[in-house]
Ligand binder design. Structure first.
Ligand SMILES: [Zn+2]
Length: 247
């Protein structure tokens, strides 16, 4: 976001597209300045065209960008205007996954990034643990057990990592832990999808993960951050070698 757009970038380079990007930046800055209140109306199209001092075409292109960033959408009709929205975390996560797949991220690279994030997350989660947090962790382990009993060998394990990340109260860690965990699982699933029935190896891996999760949760609940870290590290290392073992 820049402040220099009104001073003439419209007359250089890609012209109106650049100006639209600048106006989109100004709109987004105004949304944040007003506290990003979902549902608030920033103004009618006519008001906003006047406020930002651009043509209707440029303004509409700016709105398209703001809508794409999921910060607001234009509501037509009486009482309409540019309405503040909030980003859908699912869409954000999907976009990040698509981006990383396109960037041809390797499992090794995913593992490195996950390790850094999840070790930070498990430490903070342990330090900030509340009674409610303990209940959430226990629920996640129970759900995992139920899924395992029903023979689900994929997908069950992701939830606990998300719960731990959420307990750390850091939205950056939560977002990327979820993205990376899902992506790693996509890759494992891709390798495994040829198998009709989960074999013994997969059931063993799921059981190992569940046992590791129980041990991690026990360390968190005991308030032992170094132990929780140690167990998380060992668990992620085991996940990283999952496909290497099979080949
Ligand atoms: Zn796990």
């Amino acid at each position: 976001m820049t402040d220099n757009g009104k001073n003439g970038s419209a007359h250089t380079g890609r012209g109106s597209q650049r100006l639209a990007e600048t106006v989109a930046g100004l709109i987004e800055k105004d949304i944040m300045k007003e506290g990003w209140r979902t549902g608030a109306v920033l103004g009618s199209e006519r008001d906003l065209i006047e406020r930002y001092g651009v043509s209707r075409a440029v303004f509409r292109e700016a709105v398209r960008l703001v809508e794409h960033h999921q910060m607001a959408r234009m509501r037509r009709g009486p009482g309409g205007g540019l309405v503040v929205t909030e980003p859908d975390p699912g869409i954000v996560r999907d976009a990040a996954r698509v981006f990383l797949r396109h960037a041809a991220v390797s499992r090794r690279q995913l593992f490195e990034a996950r390790m850094a994030l999840e070790l930070a997350g498990v430490t903070t989660a342990t330090e900030m643990l509340t009674e409610r947090g303990i209940a959430t962790l226990t629920d996640a382990l129970d759900t995992e057990q139920e899924l395992m009993d029903r023979g689900v060998t994929l997908g069950h394990a992701r939830n606990l990592h998300r719960v731990i990340a959420e307990l750390a109260g850091n939205p950056a860690i939560t977002l990327f832990v979820e993205v990376l965990a899902q992506l790693d699982e996509d890759m494992v699933q891709h390798e495994w999808e040829s198998d009709e029935e989960p074999g013994q190896g997969r059931r063993d891996a799921a059981a190992d993960s569940h046992a590791a999760h129980q041990a991690i949760v026990a360390a968190i609940v005991a308030g032992d951050a170094p132990l929780a870290q140690h167990r998380m590290r060992r668990h992620l290392q085991a996940i990283a070698t999952l496909l290497e073992d099979e080949s």
